[in-house]
Design a protein around this ligand. Structure first.
Ligand SMILES: *Cc1c(COP(=O)(O)O)cnc(C)c1O
Length: 462
C-alpha cells in the first residue's frame, strides 16, 4: 500500500514512512492511493470475530508490505488487552433503535486510546526493527495528550513531549498527563492557549534543525494516518453487532478535527452499508455551516462544555475534500490556502454531493446540558458532553426510524465533571484504576509561549 499527499506535490510514501512523520512536505495530509474494498459476503463472514480479530482483518491491507500478518496480530492484541470491557467497544441501548457505542473503556477514558494504543505499539515495533530513535511532539487541548503518553510511554526509542495550555485543561485531564511515569515522558504547560501550543508544534515540525542528527519528529494528532486507520475498525464492529452488512446502520459522531467521522466515511467507502453519517458539532460549527450553506469561512474560537471539539478548522476535512475534488491536489491546495475561495464555498454540484453523504447539527451548551439530563432520566445512563452532542444530533437528523442509529460515545463523563454538574447531576466516581489520581505525583514544566523555550527544553531533555 502506498500513500499520497492531498496537495499532490509530494512523492508517494510507504506505510512506515507516513507512520514516522506528520504533514507531507507540500503541506497536505497522507491518504492511501487506493482504498481496500470488502464485499458484502466478506464483511458478513466477519460476524463471529471479536474486536482484535476484526481489527486484524480491517487493518491488514493498510500495512501490507510493512508489517507481517502474525506480528500485526500481536501488536493489535497488545493494544486492546488493557481495555476495561471484554467487548472493547460495547454497544448500549438508549431507546428503540437508538444506541451508543462506548469508546471510553481504554486507559485514559476517551476514544483516542483506540488509535494511540495501537500507534504506540506500531512505533515501538518499527523503531526497534530499524534501531532508530524519534521524538514525538504534540499539542493537546486535553484528551490526545494523555492517550498519546499512555500509548507511547513503553516505547524505548521514543521521547515524547506534550504541550498543553497552562491552566486551561481540566484537573482530571492535567493529572492524567502529568502523573504518567517514565524518563522519556515530558509534559510542558505553555503560558498561552491551545492554538499557541499548536503553532509552536507546527513551527518545530517545519524546522527540525534543533534535533540531534538522525532524529526526526513524529506527529500524534490525527494528521497521523495510523490513527485514522485504527478508528475504521469500530464502525465495522458496531454495524456487525446490529445486523450489518445485511441491513444499513447510521452513525452520529461528535466532531472536532474530523478524524473520527472520516474513519466512518472510509468504512462506508470500503463497503460497509451506512445510511447516514451525522457530523455533530458544538458552537464551533464550521462543518455545520459548510453542510448547511456551503460556507467554509473561519470564525473565532468559542470555549464550550465540550472542549475536545473546540476547534476553528478541522484538519482531517481536507482528506474528505480531496475525494470530493476528484483527487485534484492542486485545486484542493488553492481552496485550502485562499480564504476568499473558502468563504465562497465549493462548486454547488460538489456541495450537493457532500450533503448526500453527511448530515450535520450544531448543539449549544444549554442543549448539551439538557440532553445529559434527559438521557439520564430516560435511560439511567450518564453521558459526557461530547456524547450528548452526538445524541442530540442523532435525534435531530434521523431520517429513518427503522435504521439503527449509533452515537459514538467518545469520553467517560468523569473527564468532564463540570458539565455533568451543570446538568444538575452528581459527577461520577473515577474508575478503579484511577482512584488515586489526585494523590499521584505530578511532573511538568511551565514554559513561555515561545518556540525557542520549547525547542531548548526538548534539547536539554533528550
Ligand atoms: C478528540 C475528541 C473528539 C473529536 O474527535 P475528532 O476526531 O477530532 O473529530 C470528540 N470527543 C472527544 C471526547 C474527544 O476527545
Amino acid at each position: 500500500m502506498k500513500y499520497i499527499s492531498t496537495r499532490g506535490q509530494s512523492p508517494a510514501q510507504t506505510f512506515e514512512q507516513v507512520l514516522l512523520t506528520g504533514l507531507a512536505p507540500d503541506g497536505g495530509l497522507y491518504v492511501p492511493d487506493t482504498l481496500p474494498q470488502f464485499s458484502q459476503a466478506q464483511i458478513a463472514a466477519w460476524a463471529g470475530l471479536d474486536y482484535p480479530a476484526l481489527a486484524h482483518q480491517v487493518i491488514s491491507p493498510f500495512v501490507d508490505g510493512a508489517i507481517d500478518s502474525a506480528t500485526l496480530r500481536t501488536l493489535i492484541d497488545k493494544s486492546y488487552a488493557g481495555f476495561a470491557h471484554k467487548a472493547v467497544a460495547p454497544l448500549r441501548q438508549l431507546g428503540h433503535n437508538e444506541w451508543v457505542l462506548e469508546l471510553y473503556c481504554g486507559p485514559t477514558l476517551a476514544f483516542k486510546d483506540f488509535a494511540l494504543q495501537l500507534l504506540g505499539n506500531l512505533l515501538d515495533h518499527v523503531l526497534t526493527r530499524n534501531n532508530q530513535k524519534v521524538v514525538i511532539l504534540g499539542a493537546t487541548s486535553g484528551d490526545t495528550g494523555s492517550a498519546a503518553l499512555e500509548g507511547c510511554r513503553h516505547c524505548e526509542n521514543v521521547d515524547i513531549f506534550i504541550l498543553h495550555p497552562h491552566q486551561r485543561v481540566s484537573e482530571v485531564q492535567r493529572r492524567q498527563m502529568t502523573t504518567v511515569p517514565g524518563g522519556n515522558v515530558h509534559n510542558i504547560a505553555v503560558r498561552g492557549n491551545f492554538d499557541d501550543c499548536q503553532r509552536i508544534v507546527k513551527s518545530a515540525f517545519g524546522d527540525q534543525s534543533f534535533l540531534p542528527p538522525g532524529r526526526q519528529l513524529v506527529a500524534v494528532n490525527s494528521i497521523n494516518w495510523a490513527r485514522i486507520m485504527a478508528q475504521i475498525v469500530y464502525y465495522f464492529y458496531a454495524a456487525l453487532a446490529l445486523g450489518g452488512p445485511h441491513r444499513p446502520v447510521s452513525f452520529s459522531v461528535p466532531t472536532g478535527n474530523f478524524g473520527d467521522i472520516y474513519a466512518g466515511y472510509l468504512a462506508m467507502r470500503m463497503g460497509l452499508p451506512v445510511k447516514q453519517l451525522i457530523i455533530a458539532t458544538n458552537s464551533n460549527d464550521i462543518l455545520h455551516r459548510f453542510m448547511n450553506r456551503n460556507d467554509y469561512s473561519q470564525s473565532p474560537l468559542q470555549h464550550t462544555l465540550a472542549p475536545s471539539m473546540d476547534i476553528m478548522v478541522s484538519s482531517n476535512f481536507e482528506r474528505y475534500l480531496f475525494d470530493l475534488f476528484g483527487r485534484d491536489g492542486q485545486a484542493l491546495a488553492r481552496f485550502m490556502t485562499d480564504p476568499a475561495e473558502a468563504a465562497s464555498g465549493v462548486d454547488p454540484a460538489l456541495w450537493q454531493q457532500a450533503r448526500q453523504i453527511f448530515a450535520s447539527a450544531r448543539v449549544s451548551d444549554e442543549e448539551t446540558c439538557a440532553v445529559i439530563r434527559e438521557v439520564y432520566e430516560q435511560s439511567q445512563f450518564l453521558v459526557d458532553p461530547h456524547t450528548a452532542i452526538g445524541i442530540k444530533a442523532a435525534r435531530d437528523c434521523n431520517a429513518d426510524a427503522a435504521v439503527p442509529m449509533i452515537t459514538l460515545a467518545t469520553a467517560h463523563p468523569v473527564k468532564f465533571a463540570d458539565a455533568v454538574q451543570r446538568a444538575g447531576l452528581d459527577s461520577p466516581e473515577l474508575p478503579l484504576h484511577m482512584r488515586d489520581l489526585f494523590e499521584r505525583e505530578e511532573r511538568y514544566a511551565v514554559l513561555d509561549n515561545a518556540l525557542g523555550a520549547v525547542t531548548d527544553f526538548v534539547q536539554r531533555h533528550l
